[in-house]
Design a protein around this ligand. Structure first.
Ligand code: PGA
Ligand code: ZN
Length: 439
């Protein structure tokens, strides 16, 4: 068969932080090759698929991925030769069987996601169709196999970007506890307008920061500014001001979102904030603070407002704010269908952040998305803080008719690879998430 896999090749390449990561190539009999690179997180959830790293302190400070690469060239290559590259479920299933662990401890989640995505690319290329179209077929096919309605994944749709303006937490060197303050152009009529508005706000924010004596040019891992503001609320307030100074209407044209990434400052059942002189808050006090901000600023979504183990707190947060804004689980869910099901049962959130490398294969990601959508949850397809020129994410989010996409900021080419691919896709994909925002 012309779409049979003939060879799987792995290699070690570098990501946007200068750390090694896994690149995979899937060669098929027709002669085409699909290639993809695994992304990598910094604020990782405890339940995520394991990133297999060599631990050899003499190479890249222990972060080398030669063992994971060896797994691609050896075990994975042997298992996948002869398998149909257009049968994504089978390819992912073979790897899952070979690995045999919940957290991909044997093959490495980094090896598996690189091969899984490279397979999707090879599958598309061998059929001569765009990647988003092939991925859409794969998503619909797997949704049917799960026994769910295909209406969960209607025609491909360009998602609405959520774009990082100020970075804190583990992604930047400033004082801020919160990881991202973001904007989202909810009133833009089309995707191209989103980008123009986002850049306008980003530039205004840089000027505002400089005029107040802060760094308006040094950026964090995802390209957001990393100013040494002393207070988390100030970061939110200055972004709100930048929207106005850009001549855009806050809330109506451009809204705000937050990724608190609260797990990294949660210890012994309390939230330890460093900014503003250091404060220790209970879960209830964190919720009060977030509610106060939602009242004061045009915030339409809060991600990881509480820690990944604080399920009770999440229930409270969702019951207080879930009817007004998106309550998004990232570390809470780690793109894991079991964890999303638990979240649905206890009413912990109304939206899911989707990161393919948190779970390790495209097929498992599809299951998680189907479980979430069936419960009426919104999907935000997301990049990682460690990214590369690989732009598979743009096609994947479009194929899944994602509600939003979160790629980081609007500078740095590992981010722009995805934003620009969405511009190309928007030429042929007529639907855009804002068309359906009222629904
Ligand atoms: P990460 O950050 O890739 O470092 O996990 C992104 C996020 O938290 O959404
Ligand atoms: Zn997050």
């Amino acid at each position: 068969m012309s779409s049979s896999i003939t060879r799987v090749v792995g290699r070690e390449v570098l990501d946007s932080r200068g750390r090694p990561t896994v690149e995979a190539e899937v060669h098929v009999a027709s002669g085409v090759v699909g290639r993809a690179i695994a992304p990598s997180g910094a604020s990782t959830g405890a339940a995520e698929a394991l990133e297999l790293r060599d631990g050899d302190a003499n190479r890249y400070g222990g972060l080398g991925v030669l063992q994971a690469v060896e797994n691609v060239n050896g075990l994975i290559n042997a298992a996948l030769c002869g398998v149909d590259a257009t049968d994504q479920k089978n390819v992912d299933g073979q790897m899952l069987q070979l690995d045999g662990t919940e957290q991909k401890r044997n093959l490495g989640g980094n090896a598996m996601i690189a091969v899984s995505q490279a397979t999707a690319r090879a599958g598309a290329a061998t059929q001569g169709i765009p990647l988003y179209q092939h991925l859409h077929h794969v998503i619909v096919e797997q949704t049917v196999e799960l026994g769910y309605s295909t209406e969960l994944f209607p025609a491909p749709r360009i998602p609405l970007p959520q774009t990082n303006m100020i970075s804190g937490g583990l992604h930047a060197g400033g004082n801020l506890d919160f990881q991202d303050v973001l904007i989202t152009p909810v009133g833009a009529a089309d995707y191209a307008t989103c980008l123009e508005w986002i850049v306008r706000v980003y530039k205004c924010l840089g000027q505002l920061l400089i005029s107040r004596g802060f760094e308006g040019f040094l950026v964090g891992d995802e390209g957001g500014y990393g100013p040494k503001l002393t207070n988390n609320r100030d970061a939110v307030a200055i972004v709100a001001q930048a929207i106005e100074e850009a001549g855009l209407i806050p809330g109506e044209q451009v809204a705000m979102t937050l990724d608190v990434a609260a797990t990294h400052f949660y210890r012994d059942g309390m939230y330890h904030l460093q900014a503003a002189g250091g404060r220790v808050l209970t879960s209830a006090e964190m919720i009060d603070m977030l509610e106060d901000w939602v009242e004061a600023f045009p915030i339409i979504s809060i991600e990881d407002g509480l820690a990944e183990e604080d399920w009770e707190g999440w229930q409270q947060l969702n019951s207080r704010l879930g009817d007004r804004i998106m309550i998004v689980g990232d570390d809470l869910f780690t793109t894991n269908a079991k964890r999303v099901k638990k979240g649905i049962e206890c009413g912990a959130a109304n939206s899911v952040l989707v990161k393919v490398n948190q779970i390790g294969t495209i097929s498992e990601t599809i299951e998680t998305m189907a479980v979430a959508r069936r419960a009426g949850m919104k999907l935000i397809v997301s990049a990682r803080s460690g990214e590369t020129e690989d732009d598979t994410l743009a096609d994947f989010a479009t194929a899944a008719a994602g509600d939003q996409i979160k790629i980081g900021s609007i500078v740095r080419s590992e981010r722009l690879a995805k934003y620009n691919q969405l511009l190309r896709l928007a030429e042929t994909v007529p639907r855009f998430a804002n068309d359906d925002r009222s629904s």
